[in-house]
Design a protein around this ligand. Structure first.
Ligand SMILES: [Fe+2]
Length: 367
């Protein structure tokens, strides 16, 4: 903070400068001097004066251009400008206003008039600075609060996602499935969604919803769920009900990805040719998320060890999927699957069953 207000006088005539200086110095102002437009701009940036008294007619860069450049610069734009000219016609004044001048003085400059102009504009500058500082402070506070809010929301989101993963893992425990299974199927499904061109938000919802596809198994008795041999027809009827149980557990949510999960739970065992369960839906009557999940779930089941079977090789699993094109699976999804097998196998390796990795990250989005 400077003691006295600083006035920059820009004029190419030494005599004019001395005249103004002689009026302002005794009134308690400090003076800085510029003898051409370029020098005036340099001093404006360097000294950030309280008022600029600007001669219009200067060699090289004239006063209009200096005023325009002062106004263009974010830092200097709040400095008041008074144009001084001996060309008093209206056109000059309009040009000066358009260039950004706040006021005018005519040559020869009258002392009282100069005092009045400078005095009020020094106050305007102080007010402008105060306003700008306040605005900057406000913006910085808003940014800080927004950052805190975002961090808090991120934590809540992570906590809710982790809770879902852990609950799903609890449901899968009965079925001898692993945390790896949950991660693999959800990432397979998300990769397929990306390949199929679904929007990022939809893909993220699928990634979060997919772990819940078998949550209904919680309603299937253990002796059926864990039976090593073939199920009887009656046991099958109950086993198939895990799709309905799951959708009942998840129904009625206002959260987008839980609504997705409800649809996935109900439809992930439907088949393209209509021979699936529980509804026997056919073709694109099966919701897309259900068709995607079917592909992801079956590939993981094929390549994983289950109570009733060994893990198949990747090659054999690919062969089975190929055979399922147009009967078990949506042909477009099979094609999408085979165009991203490198990424699918990366996920398979990353979330192999021997790795204990419960927290739902990192995922295909790298978050
Ligand atoms: Fe299932």
């Amino acid at each position: 903070m400077r003691e006295k207000p600083l006035i920059l006088v820009a004029d190419d005539e030494e005599r004019n400068i001395r005249l103004i200086e002689a009026m302002l110095l005794p009134m308690g102002y400090d003076i800085a001097i510029a003898q051409n437009g370029r020098q005036a701009l340099e001093k404006v940036k360097e000294l950030f004066p309280d008022v600029v008294l600007l001669d219009i007619m200067m060699p090289g860069m004239d006063g209009y251009e200096v005023a325009r450049r002062i106004r263009k610069d974010q830092y200097t734009r709040i400095i008041p400008i008074v144009m001084i000219t001996n060309l008093g016609d209206v056109k000059d004044r309009v040009n000066a206003l358009e260039a950004g001048a706040d006021d005018f003085l005519s040559k020869p400059v009258e002392k009282l008039e100069l005092m009045a102009r400078v005095g009020s504009l020094v106050k305007v500058k102080a007010y402008n600075v105060h306003l700008r500082n306040y605005q900057e402070k406000l913006e910085s506070e808003v940014n800080q609060r927004t950052g805190q809010l975002k961090a808090a929301l991120k934590k809540i989101k992570e906590a809710s996602h982790e809770t879902i993963y852990r609950l799903c893992r609890a449901a899968e425990y009965k079925d001898d499935n692993t945390a790896g299974h949950i991660h693999r199927v959800s990432n397979y499904a998300a990769l397929l969604a990306i390949k199929l061109g679904l929007r990022k938000k939809t893909t993220e919802s699928i990634l979060l919803a997919a772990p819940m596809h078998d949550v209904g198994k919680i309603g299937v008795p253990d002796h059926i769920l864990q039976k090593p041999g073939k199920l009887t027809p009656d046991e099958w009827v109950i086993m198939k009900m895990h799709t309905v149980f799951g959708s009942k557990i998840l129904e009625g949510s206002h959260v987008g990805y839980i609504r997705f999960a409800e649809v996935i739970a109900l439809t992930h065992h439907e088949k393209w040719d209509g021979s699936g369960y529980p509804l026997g839906l056919k073709g694109d009557k099966i919701p897309l998320v259900g068709r995607i999940m079917a592909m992801a779930d079956v590939f993981d089941a094929l390549t994983s060890k289950r109570p009733y079977k060994k893990a198949f090789s990747v090659e054999k699993s690919f062969e089975i999927i190929k055979q399922g094109r147009e009967n078990h699976f949506d042909p477009d999804i099979v094609d999408a699957f085979f165009s991203i097998t490198d990424q699918i196998l990366d996920v398979k390796e990353k979330y192999a069953d021997d790795e204990i990795n419960i927290i739902p990250k990192p995922n295909v989005f790298g978050t």
